[in-house]
Ligand binder design. Structure first.
Ligand code: NAD
Length: 418
């Protein structure tokens, strides 16, 4: 649950929709429909723990909208998962799929648990039971889960297997972000970070900043953040700081990203990585740099710390890292924010490629995947940029205009059933 006084992500998400609706003069009936998720599921997940005791976890799956295609969205395992958070994330998925114009609606799922304190066997039993509870409501044409915070390809493999065993045949297109050996796509694991790096590169062009030598700080060194750091480094940027939940590291000369990934894999954290100074997450957010990539959780850049941000570009690899008040402060300071629904859409874009490949059992090369990702991210960036210029808007409002407009059009054309 959000801290007292903190933003409730669901309220933020509905507010964002209302504001976009007003800007694009959306029909009120359509606004009402889109303000409500299509389907909300809460399930109990009784799970045998290794010591023989039983733990009943609570899980959620929310399908916000399916007017443009099956619902799509990750599953998060985290102690702070809440229904409101999952609803907000499902809505953001709807806009994210629309902003990059792929034929999906939005969904999200989560289980309240602490995976860091669970064994692999416990995680497997919990995942399989969660999948069983949802079995009638997921599927390649209905709702397709993917990894999110603290879930990974192995978790997707368990979901795939549970679903496939119930079908009686392998159904690879039921999840994305699964291992390549069982129908995953080459490039999927890196797609969110790569997509984020691509739009960051374009944002730096917009701001007339040379990417070569641009100083980058990444908060949250998981899948999205570490790959964004690696790809940006490959594009010539200098990664001066990264962090995870246990703290951050800083090096004026630049951090060897691959080696830091290795260090985190071995020790569980980036803290104490060689030849770096230790910094806190708060200090990282206020570093003097060109690009800040928040890649952890929601509500990271708030009205309390936005004024201290010195980055010229923020590329939101995480979902919902900037609160509305913080966005207003950043706008006032001239910080160019590439919003989450665009900046981290690379993940769902390659998930879409994975689903297409799995449906046809015809698999593409990694270069093919990356080329198509590049093309979708660049086109989407400039579509949003054009809308920003047209309406004199920041990139977040422009992205919402584009995305909400597309979904509203689909609802209008289909009409309200019956
Ligand atoms: P992950 O579990 O791989 O990594 C999360 C990282 O954040 C970890 O390194 C963790 O230590 C760190 N972290 C957690 N709490 C933190 C805190 N308070 N301060 C600093 N660091 C903290 O997760 P991920 O898949 O990389 O997801 C990160 C963000 O990106 C989430 O907001 C997620 O919704 C978003 N996202 C992920 C994908 C994807 O494909 N993985 C796609 C779109 C969006």
């Amino acid at each position: 649950m959000p801290e007292p006084g903190a933003y409730n992500p669901r309220e933020v998400a509905v507010q964002q929709l209302r504001q976009a609706g007003a800007r694009i003069e959306m029909d009120d009936d359509i606004l009402q429909k889109l303000s409500h998720p299509k389907r909300i599921m809460q399930v109990s997940i009784p799970t045998k723990m290794d010591n023989g005791s039983l733990n009943v976890f609570t899980g959620y799956r929310v399908q916000h909208n399916m007017d443009r295609g099956p619902a799509k969205g990750g599953i998060r395992y985290h102690p702070d998962v809440s229904m409101d958070e999952v609803i907000a994330l499902a809505m953001w998925m709807t806009w994210k799929c629309a902003v990059v114009n792929i034929p999906y609606g939005g969904a999200k799922g989560g289980v309240i648990c602490n995976p860091k304190e669970m064994s692999q066997d416990e995680l497997e039993r919990m995942t399989r039971r969660f999948t069983s509870e949802l079995i009638g409501f997921i599927g390649p044409n209905v709702d397709i889960p993917a990894p999110d915070v603290y879930t990974n390809p192995q978790v997707m493999a368990w979901i795939l297997d549970t679903y496939s065993m119930n079908q009686g045949y392998l159904t690879p297109a039921v999840v994305t972000g699964k291992p390549v050996e069982i129908g995953g796509s080459l490039g999927r694991n890196e797609a969110t970070g790569r997509g984020c790096a691509i739009v960051t590169r374009e944002a730096l062009k917009t701001m007339d900043i040379d990417i070569s030598g641009a100083r980058v700080a990444v908060q949250g060194f998981g899948n999205a953040g570490s790959v964004a750091a690696k790809v940006l480094q490959g594009m010539g940027a200098i990664v001066i700081a990264v962090s995870d939940s246990r703290g951050g590291i800083y090096s004026e000369q630049g951090i060897a990203v691959e080696a830091a990934v290795q260090h985190k894999a071995e020790t569980g954290t980036v803290v104490d990585f060689e030849r770096c100074d230790q910094i806190t997450n708060e200090e990282l957010l206020a570093l003097d740099c060109d690009v800040l990539v928040p890649a952890a959780l929601e509500n990271t850049i708030t009205e309390d710390n936005a004024d201290a941000v010195k980055a010229k570009v923020i590329a939101e690899a995480a979902n919902g890292p900037t609160t509305p008040d913080a966005q207003a402060i950043l706008d006032g300071k001239g910080v160019f924010v590439v919003p989450d629904i665009l900046a981290n859409a690379g993940g769902v874009t390659v998930s879409y490629f994975e689903w297409v490949q799995g449906g046809q059992m015809y698999f593409w090369s990694e270069d093919e995947v990356n080329e198509r990702l590049e093309s979708i991210m660049v086109n989407s960036y400039y579509e949003v940029r054009a809308e920003a210029k047209r309406g004199n808007l920041n990139m977040r409002d422009a992205a919402f205009n584009v995305a909400v407009g597309r979904v509203a059009k689909a609802v209008e054309l289909r009409g309200i059933y019956p």
